[in-house]
Design a protein around this ligand. Structure first.
Ligand SMILES: Nc1ncnc2c1ncn2[C@@H]1O[C@H](COP(=O)(O)OP(=O)(O)OP(=O)(O)O)[C@@H](O)[C@H]1O
Ligand SMILES: [Mg+2]
Length: 358
């Protein structure tokens, strides 16, 4: 690859990274005499679907303009292969950088510009969804740059993937995402930069990271701006507030409904009623998250869309919960085993009163 010339302009100098689907090449832009990074697909991976993902990353990056977010130059297709042309980011990976000083101090220091970059991204209506140390390069002078918008999505969408160990639980479980997923990813990233378990951290760092790492997203800060305010308390230094202007409200925010949520967590069986659009599904989705994390079978059944076959299969259980139905198959066996093992089962019906049980 080295020595190749791409699109009549980019002279390949070497490799910067290797991903599951392709690679990132270091190249010299002969027109500007600057180094660039070319993100491309492996030859055998060049499919219209994967090329579209790279193209989407280009479109997302093009809408951003922040020193903490990698800058995109162009998108080219050369000899049938797509290339995302990025500004080459110098510097070292976050954990390497952190290890060259007081790790905890450095993690809290780098948190500020990273939160500002996330705030910019969120105000442009995007969630990164793959915040992890390998995606943060720290340039000389301490400016971190966040890379790889390959998984970015809009709030309310379901993530196309996520890195286990870094992605927020709601991302890995296929729940509609919002910006708080990035605060979780940042929490894991910073904790890794600290290089010690939460319990071993000084109280201020621990309290700050615990908030980011709450598996219930309603217990995380609600925006990067709010996290910045908490960071400034943790560091004991004033930091200019980050504007929340342009931030969409979190869809179906559960603020003010904490009591209802707590009740659902406690209840053996609960009936959730309300008008369509009142946020019943949202409430149940949140309520089911901890159960799903514990490995419970979470079933979503939509009466209105005629999922009666699935529902029929759950008849014996539903009868126990007072919903008479008939039918039976493998799903029931699975559900029965889980329930017998003392795990929770949640059944939700969209256009009807919603049912929760365990
Ligand atoms: N603009 C850039 N400047 C310098 N290095 C970069 C740049 N973009 C990417 N890299 C390097 O290449 C690696 C992979 O980049 P990126 O995560 O965007 O690709 P990927 O195909 O999604 O890889 P993976 O699947 O491993 O996440 C990064 O972790 C980083 O080390
Ligand atoms: Mg990546």
């Amino acid at each position: 690859m080295s020595g190749d010339r791409i699109a009549g302009r980019y002279q390949v100098l070497g490799a910067l990274g290797q991903g599951a689907q392709g690679s990132v090449l270091l190249a010299l832009d002969e027109q500007t005499q600057r180094e660039v990074a070319l993100k491309t697909l492996a030859e055998e991976r060049v499919t219209p679907a994967l090329a579209a993902v790279l193209r989407a990353e280009f479109e997302h990056l093009r809408s951003l303009d922040h020193p903490g977010l990698v800058r995109v130059l162009e998108f080219v297709v050369a000899e049938g292969r797509p290339y995302l042309v990025l500004e080459r980011v110098g510097g070292e990976e976050l954990t390497t950088w952190a290890a060259r000083g007081d790790r905890v101090e450095r993690a809290l220091e780098i948190a500020e510009p990273l939160l500002r970059a996330l705030s910019h991204l969120h105000r442009r209506g995007l969630c990164h969804l793959d915040v992890k140390p390998a995606h943060v390069l720290v340039a000389e002078g301490g400016q971190p740059v966040l890379l790889d918008l390959g998984l970015a999505a809009r709030p309310g969408e379901v993530a196309e993937g996520g890195t286990p160990g870094y992605a927020a639980p709601e991302v890995l479980l296929g729940f509609p995402v919002d910006r708080r997923a990035d605060l979780y990813g940042l929490g894991v990233t910073l904790l890794e930069a600290c290089g010690s378990p939460l319990e071993a951290l000084p109280q201020n760092a621990r309290a700050f990271l615990e908030r980011l790492l709450a598996s219930d997203r309603n217990r995380r800060p609600s925006s990067a701006g709010e996290a910045l305010a908490e960071l400034s308390v943790a560091r004991g230094v004033p930091s200019p507030a980050e504007s929340d202007e342009g931030l969409l409200p979190i869809e179906g925010s559960l603020r003010g409904r904490e009591a209802a949520l707590a009740h659902l967590h406690e209840a053996e069986v609960a009936l959730v009623t309300g008008l369509a659009g009142a946020g019943r599904s949202r409430l149940l989705r949140e309520a089911s998250l901890p159960a799903a994390r514990e490995g419970a079978l979470v079933l979503w059944v939509d009466f209105a869309r005629g999922h009666l076959d699935d529902l029929g299969a759950l008849a014996p259980l539903l009868t126990r919960f007072g919903v008479p139905l008939s039918g039976g198959d493998a799903n029931v066996r699975r559900a029965r085993i889980l329930v017998e093992a003392g795990r929770r089962l949640l059944v939700a019906a969209e256009a009807q009163p919603l049912l929760v049980g365990r």
